[in-house]
Design a protein around this ligand. Sequence first.
Ligand code: NAD
Ligand code: ZN
Length: 353
Amino acid sequence: MPSYDIPTEQWAQVLEKTGGPVVYKKIPVPKPGPDEVLINVKYSGVCHTDLHAVMGDWPLATKIPLVGGHEGAGVVVARGELVSDIEIGDHAGIKWLHGSCLSCSYCQNADEPLCAKALMSGYTVDGSFQQYATAKAAHVARIPKHVSLEAVAPVLCAGITVYKGLKESGARPGQYVAIVGAGGGLGNMAIQYAKAMGLHPIAIDAGDDKAKSCKELGASAFIDFSKTKDIVADVKAATPDGLGPHAVILLAVSEKPFQQATEYVRSRGVVVCIGLPANAFLKAPVFDTVIRMIQIKGSYVGNRADTAEALDFFEQGLIKCPYKTVGLSELQNIYDMMHDMKVVGRYVVDTSR
Ligand code: NAD
Ligand code: ZN
């Protein structure tokens, strides 16, 4: 087993008060508990959830001070005395679900994200925007050594979440699925997972840069919500029989599409809510929902098996999403761009700079 020199101090981005900004500073390197590993985080994706945490958008308080981040890919450099199934030197991923009780009825049935005692990386415990992070060994993603840690980082939240959402939609190969917010981090991944699962993704977002990226990733159509005069007609027209998509995956960070989706989904279709805009509500006409037999459901990250499956798609070379890498020191700039909806796809931060 290799051994690593672990420093006592490290660089991190720290949220000191809700609303931000984050502060790039040196903090102590944490020590792993008995059931934990210490991961030398090399790269971390930046998810809109991290920005929601900074802004205090949700009815759930974060830890303060907080180190955000939950798409961290790195190397296991130390482990607690109870950890035996992951070795020093192995590659591992920090994902949103940091830990769960492993004994409640949800954990027993592999619905760990629903555990009442679930811990969330970069929200209720410190996450991956630091050079060394602790993680529960039972929940870390196992990353094969030949896979690029930089490219795989966005799979650890965005990939797992959209893969799970597509499974929850029940859409089958050959069917059409609308991806709302397709130009963002989750959206780009959703196009690729949908393609890999034999589905036809219809991308919805705004702007020429996002249109270009969605088409390059394989969307069968792109609908610009900022330009269309009739989004319902346009989405239906993007399916060969004009009846609308079989499923809608809602990844947008605004409320409006959550109200529109049932209007263009096909009868018997499934609307899967994943995006978490602040203070948003779902609304749909009861009459249409009943007589068109529409399902509306939520989907929340994925369990350990979903994680392994989502990583397997990536390892097979089926998921190729472009990303931009910048230094961890530039995290606040990414948040500013994300706030203005200017981020196309995903940003990854390199913790060494
Ligand atoms: P992102 O900022 O990269 O992308 C969001 C996209 O939504 C942007 O491209 C934006 O232009 C687009 N958008 C905004 N309004 C729209 C509209 N009216 N119609 C269509 N598109 C619209 O964000 P992300 O990192 O992809 O995250 C998306 C959302 O998913 C966030 O709210 C995040 O918190 C949430 N999320 C949920 C889960 C879960 O488990 N349910 C997991 C991860 C992220
Ligand atoms: Zn996320």
